[in-house]
Every structure is written in structure tokens, then in C-alpha cells.
Write a protein that binds this ligand. Structure first.
Ligand code: MD6
Ligand code: FE
Length: 214
């Protein structure tokens, strides 16, 4: 059970849009357990660089766990059951991670969220993620749960058109962002990470995005 349950509907959550809710510090109570669960995942499926279908390197290093994993290469953006690097199935989704995602989704108003994939993004200072939509999943009625660790970031939350204005949302260590419903296809991105040193995570930002892809 998540310790901060009592706070979930109170001042500890911020509604950013109709179906987009930020839970500051939601993951902090479980941080060490979470990191313990991620260590073997990243040993089996290390962070690696991928390229866009156009052949450009994606700066942010990526890995996955779950029954599916998001990949990008010359053939496009898609989910695969196996890690192309090892040829093995992606490492299993740690139960704690699935549980945390379910609790956060529930608190944001999405009942019974069952994640089948977690994309793990590794940012170094200076790295950013350009505005994009997440549309490789099968069912857009399923929300996305995003956990931020390490260096702070500024998340850009846009609209349904690329040219719509964006809100700047600070994402700090331990914050959990849930979105879905009519917000599911909003454009979004991450501004360049400012140089710095996080006391637990070092000079990096790690983002975990949990989804139901299949
Ligand atoms: C990141 N996140 O925060 C990248 N997508 O590093 C995403 O692209 C994202 O945080 C959909 C929903 C939440 C997210
Ligand atoms: Fe995204």
C-alpha cells in the first residue's frame, strides 16, 4: 500500500488539464525498492542509443521492461516482445512498478490500469525530447503514468496540434504524472536538462513511462 494515499486527492496533487494530474513526490516512499528493482532490469537490457526512422541518433538513451518494449530504428517506431540487442524477451515488469502505476492511475481517475510496458529514458544534462505525441499504443483509452527520477526537468504540455501553446511543468525527483482520456494525444516534450548533480541519482535524469501498449 502506498503510504501517501491519504494525500492523493488533496493538496499533493495538481490537475494540469482535464485528465492530466501531477502527484509531486508520489514515488519517493518507494524509491530504494524501485531502484533495487530497476538494477537487474538494466543489467539484462542496458541503456542504448536508438535512431529515428530518418536515421538520426536519439540523444536520450533507452531501455524497456514488460511484455513489450518501445523501439525505434530505420523501420519505424513500434513495440517489440524481444530486446533487439540481446534477442531475449524484455525483462519482466517489476511488480512494484506495475503497482505504483496502478495506484497513481487510480488516484487520477483511471481505474484498473494494467501496464504491460515501461519505457526507461536516460537523460544527461543538455539532452531534451522534442515535442511529440505518443501514438504507438493500441488503445488510447488507457492512460500513461510517468515517473521522474534524478535531475529536474521542465515538461512541455501542449495541445492536440503541434502548434498549440505549451504549459511548462516542472518535474522533480519522485514526481508522478498521469494523463489519459482526452489529453492522451497531447503533444509534449522535455526542455534541455540543466547541468547539476542530484544527491541520490547523480548527474542524470531517468524517466519511467508505464503504458498499456498491447
Ligand atoms: C520524459 N516523457 O518525461 C518523457 N509521454 O522523459 C514522455 O514522453 C511522456 O512523461 C507521455 C506521457 C508522459 C510522459
Ligand atoms: Fe511521450
Amino acid at each position: 500500500m502506498i503510504q501517501s494515499d491519504l494525500d492523493l486527492f488533496g493538496e499533493k496533487s495538481q490537475r494540469l488539464a482535464a485528465h492530466t494530474v501531477l502527484f509531486p513526490g508520489f514515488a519517493l516512499a518507494h524509491l530504494e525498492t524501485l531502484l533495487d528493482a530497476l538494477r537487474p532490469v538494466l543489467r539484462a537490457a542496458p541503456f542504448r542509443q536508438m535512431s529515428t526512422p530518418g536515421g538520426q541518433a536519439i540523444a536520450v538513451a533507452l531501455s524497456n521492461c514488460g511484455s513489450l518494449g518501445w523501439v525505434s530504428d530505420r523501420r519505424g517506431y513500434r513495440y517489440t516482445s524481444h530486446d533487439p540487442l540481446s534477442g531475449e524477451p524484455w525483462p519482466a515488469l517489476p511488480p512494484l512498478l506495475a503497482h505504483l502505476a496502478r495506484e497513481a492511475a487510480q488516484a487520477a481517475g483511471f481505474a484498473d490500469f494494467v501496464a504491460d510496458t515501461c519505457l526507461i529514458n536516460h537523460y544527461l544534462p543538455g539532452m531534451k525530447l522534442s515535442l511529440h505525441q505518443d501514438r504507438n499504443e493500441r488503445d488510447f483509452s488507457q492512460p500513461i503514468v510517468s515517473i521522474s527520477l534524478g535531475l529536474p526537468a521542465v515538461f512541455q504540455l501542449g495541445g492536440l496540434a503541434r502548434s498549440d501553446p505549451t504549459q511548462k511543468v516542472p518535474l522533480n525527483h519522485g514526481d508522478v504524472l498521469v494523463w489519459g482520456g482526452e489529453d492522451r494525444l497531447r503533444f509534449h516534450g522535455v526542455l534541455p536538462i540543466k547541468p547539476g548533480e542530484h544527491e541520490r541519482m547523480g548527474s542524470r535524469r531517468i524517466n519511467l513511462t508505464l503504458r498499456r501498449a498491447g
